[in-house]
Design a protein around this ligand. Structure first.
Ligand code: VGL
Ligand code: ZN
Length: 207
């Protein structure tokens, strides 16, 4: 693919809790780190996201009495999958992976900080209307195309890709720079939705 100075890389949630040993570990989640570090210098615009939940966050099963992690609950904005407690503000689990080259981050978008609403996408919270402000930032910097990397392909990366495509950006997901949680076919569903939205898929070596 062609990288121009109007291309941004979006590095999604490469945090300890999504890596092996973390509270919501993604298989081989840590393997995205060297791939992302290799990609970063090629981009004029580098934005990272950080899942950043208060302890009383309503996406945590533990905050709903007898609900089990990975069960679902109806919320005012739709069905919410309940997660193990993860990425709690100011904990080690919420820190970026220690080998991730965070010095390259020009902007870090924190999301999921409102107790009553989850936020997968880097652009909008799960009500699909509360903005994180990222679209405005990218617009100000003249970005028209986005490369996506990070965790997890089927949740935060996927929803960010779909929103970016909907907002009119050209979107490419770097397959070897992402890993999935893959609950009951969620990866296949996410890939189908991304393809339908016009998201392109590429390998890091082709950049
Ligand atoms: C994520 C589930 C809950 C992600 C974040 O980064 O994909 N998944 N919070
Ligand atoms: Zn989360």
């Amino acid at each position: 693919m062609d990288l121009t100075n109007r291309t941004a890389i979006l590095v999604i949630d490469v945090q300890n809790d999504f890596c092996p040993g973390g509270a919501l570990a993604v298989n081989n989640g840590d393997l995205v780190v060297p791939v992302i570090n290799r990609l970063l210098p090629a981009f004029e615009v580098c934005v990272f996201t950080q899942d950043w939940h208060p302890r009383d966050h309503q996406s945590f099963a533990a905050n709903h009495g007898d609900c089990e992690p990975f069960s679902t609950l109806d919320m005012p904005y739709g069905t919410q999958l309940l997660w193990p407690m993860h990425c709690v503000q100011d904990t080690d689990g919420a820190d970026f992976h220690e080998d991730l080259d965070i010095d390259k981050a020009q902007m870090i978008v924190r999301k999921g900080f409102r107790p009553h609403i989850d936020s997968y996408s880097a652009f909008f919270e799960n009500d699909r209307r509360t903005s994180t402000g990222l679209h405005g930032y990218l617009h100000e910097r003249g970005v028209d195309s986005i490369v996506l990397a990070g965790l997890a392909t089927d949740y935060c990366v996927g929803d960010s890709a779909l929103d970016a495509a909907r907002l009119g950006y050209e979107v490419t997901l770097i397959e070897d720079a992402c890993r999935a949680i893959d609950l009951e076919g969620s990866l296949a569903t996410a890939i189908r939705h991304m393809r339908e939205a016009g998201v392109k898929f590429a390998h890091s070596e082709t950049l």
